[in-house]
Ligand binder design. Structure first.
Ligand code: HEM
Length: 239
């Protein structure tokens, strides 16, 4: 087995686990913003209270992300762009996978440096980092998203990730021999497109939830539980 073969397989695998799985849960957590500040901040606090969080971040997110993006850029630099000569759908999809990958490198770098490490406060963004400030998480993001440019940049980031992951799952399934045959591959492509669309819709609605209650959905669809409706202990706690 050649070194290139192993690196390629590892590149594909890291895109699905852990990065794809992380993205799925990240959008799910962000979606809680549609229930308002309190619910979202509690969700962020729950993440901050995960045991071994720093180790999970380093080995489950940062290192796989570093490998996936650096090796992805290397693959892109080697890729032959043949859209003009062939123009087949697969060639366009192949090109777009690389374009979104390069955009995501810039987007995710900015995103982590800002929200996780608190950089770019000098450029008109909120200077407080989200990490370690769960009680201010919603306010920090809502402050940044007041700028239409930042909000659009985030929607593009969500769109690019949803596309990249959706088509990435398809490429993975074909390359690892999970789906064989033209008919099965076509059906898988549609299923992956649906996964990408759902993630895009959930992520975009989450982004808009920081500037408008319930995001882009009618408010009737996200009636947050009132304080009084929250479950109260029936009997006084003994311990
Ligand atoms: C609606 C759009 C988004 C919002 C509101 C958002 C929010 C956040 C916040 C608040 C954090 C910091 C968490 C903390 O330190 O406690 C974070 C981290 C992160 N986000 Fe996003 N995000 C969005 C979109 C994305 C997208 C499209 C990606 C692409 C994969 C992404 C990838 C990451 C990564 C890799 C981290 C670092 C995780 C960590 O440090 O544990 N985010 N995001």
């Amino acid at each position: 087995m050649s070194k290139t073969f192993i690196l390629r397989k590892l590149h594909q695998l890291t895109g699905i686990v852990p990065l794809g799985v992380f993205f799925f849960f990240h959008m799910f957590t962000n979606a809680k913003a549609m229930y308002g500040e309190k619910v979202f901040n509690e969700a962020v606090a729950d993440i901050h209270h995960l045991p071994f969080l720093l180790l999970i971040e380093i080995f489950g997110i940062f290192l796989p992300l570093l490998f996936h993006s650096v090796y992805g850029i290397f693959i892109s630099s080697e890729a032959k762009v043949n859209v003009r000569s062939y123009g087949y759908l697969s060639n366009w999809l192949y090109l777009f996978q690389r374009v979104t990958g390069i955009f995501l490198f810039v987007f995710i770098l900015f995103h982590i440096l800002h929200f996780r490490f608190g950089l770019f406060g000098d450029f008109g963004l909120t200077a407080t980092k989200v990490s370690g400030n769960a009680d201010k998480a919603f306010a920090i993001i809502a402050g940044d998203f007041q700028s239409a440019g930042i909000l659009i940049f985030y929607v593009l980031g969500v769109a690019a990730t949803a596309w990249h992951l959706g088509y990435g799952i398809f490429l993975f399934a074909v390359d690892w021999g999970i789906v064989i045959g033209e008919k099965a591959q076509k059906a898988t492509l549609y299923a992956c497109a649906a996964i990408g669309l759902i993630l895009f819709a959930v992520g975009t609605n989450a982004a808009f939830s920081f500037v408008r209650p319930c995001g882009l959905m009618p408010e009737v669809l996200c009636d947050a539980p009132k304080e009084a409706e929250l479950i109260q202990p029936v009997a006084p706690r003994k311990f």
